[in-house]
Design a protein around this ligand. Structure first.
Ligand SMILES: *Cc1c(COP(=O)(O)O)cnc(C)c1O
Length: 368
């Protein structure tokens, strides 16, 4: 049996008529920038994420950069984040001229260890930038309390967590700004790049709107140096066509995760930990095992795709060399990079495929 990690073609075919019609409509109206689909998507995503404002931008990375700038983060500022994430998170901090300060992760959830944030706060700390990694929200109550106590901005990278909840709180309900990515493989994916900044703050919303069109407050009136970073109408139309399926897709991911839990609990594989009260949307289903590379090779031999998210922690990589971190600084993040393996969990999989993956893992453990 073949089990792919993602199947974007299958997802397209399941909605082909709706998506094709949505694309054709944009072509016929020829409104390729700032069309109706963009506005509709912004308000629908904001509503489902618990925010007042949604501002579509060109990518999740741009959403991070624009959110940081709209929160006033720049040179001389420190921003606390995780070394175990996609590189865009800390890259955005560097791009606005600020300094990323890494804090180790909780090996159980793979998210930043909130209990260790306080000791990393200095007089220069201006913001926290945690990541809802693999689809599970970081504890919003604790983050908010820290931000209040130390007067910090809270910007959340929810690129992998659209639709996630925590005790009834949605991803963008808390904090100053939350960002999403619509990269094709994300839980809600475009046919190219796209992203969004979500906020409840009218001033941050208008600053992001200004930054995405060259820093203009009105046509020809330049307030600050900005960017060309809009969400294409075509991408918004594709996303709107897919949006009604998001909840069902996230539920399917959760069902696959529940099957893995049933089949793999009690084995020597460490399953992803879920904090009480979290509705995890499993952008990735990530297990840990000391013989990770052998397990991955075994799965590949049996037709099962898997991937290591992430093979290297960020603090020891060349772009961050000037920050002075060393191997050994963040033992949990470093251990995660050696042991993690993300296995197929996309909604398009059948129950048989998920059971087959679990069976292959059990066979590997028996033979190891
Ligand atoms: C995908 C992703 C991003 C950036 O998204 P792009 O749209 O590819 O720029 C940022 N942070 C995390 C955690 C991501 O997974």
């Amino acid at each position: 049996m073949r089990v792919p990690l993602v199947d974007l073609r299958a997802q397209y075919l399941s909605l082909k008529e709706t998506i094709d019609a949505a694309i054709a409509h944009v072509c016929e109206t020829a409104c390729f920038i700032d069309g109706d689909a963009v506005h509709k998507l912004e308000s629908e995503i904001a509503a489902l994420s618990g925010a007042r404002f949604g501002i579509g931008v060109a990518s999740g990375t741009d959403a991070l950069v624009l959110a940081l700038r709209a929160c006033g983060i720049g040179p001389g500022d420190e921003v606390i984040t995780t070394p175990f994430t996609f590189g865009a998170t800390s890259e955005a901090i560097m791009l606005v001229g600020a300094r990323p300060v890494f804090v180790d992760i909780d090996l159980c959830t793979f998210n930043i260890d909130v209990a260790r944030i306080e000791q990393a706060i200095t007089p220069r700390t201006r913001a926290l930038l945690p990541v809802d990694l693999f689809g599970q929200m970081v504890d919003r109550g604790q983050l908010q309390e820290l931000c209040k106590r130390y007067n910090l901005k809270l910007i959340i990278d929810a690129a992998q967590a659209i639709g996630a909840k925590q005790r009834g709180i949605r991803v963008a309900e808390t904090g100053d700004a939350t960002i999403l990515s619509f990269y094709p493989t994300k839980n809600l994916g475009a046919f190219g790049d796209g992203g969004m900044v979500l906020t409840n703050d009218a001033e941050i919303a208008s600053t992001v709107r200004m930054l995405r069109v060259h820093g203009q407050s009105g046509y020809g009136h330049y307030e600050v140096i900005g960017y060309t970073s809009r969400l294409d109408t075509l991408q918004a139309a594709v996303l709107l066509a897919k949006l009604p399926m998001l909840e069902e897709w996230n539920e399917a991911r959760r069902q696959h995760a529940a099957l893995y839990q049933t089949f793999l609990a009690g084995t020597s594989v460490t399953l992803p930990g879920i904090e009480p009260g979290n509705y995890h949307v499993y952008h990735q289903y990530t297990i840990r095992h000391p013989q990770r590379d052998a397990l991955q090779a075994y799965l590949q031999q049996h037709g099962v795709d898997s991937k290591v998210f992430y093979p290297q922690p960020l603090h020891i990589q060349p772009p961050y060399a000037s920050l002075g971190y060393h191997l050994g600084d963040f033992p949990c993040a470093e251990r995660a990079t050696r042991e993690v393996l993300s296995i197929p969990v996309v909604p398009e999989l059948t129950t048989e495929q998920v059971e087959y993956v679990a069976e292959c893992i059990c066979n590997f453990l028996d033979s190891a």
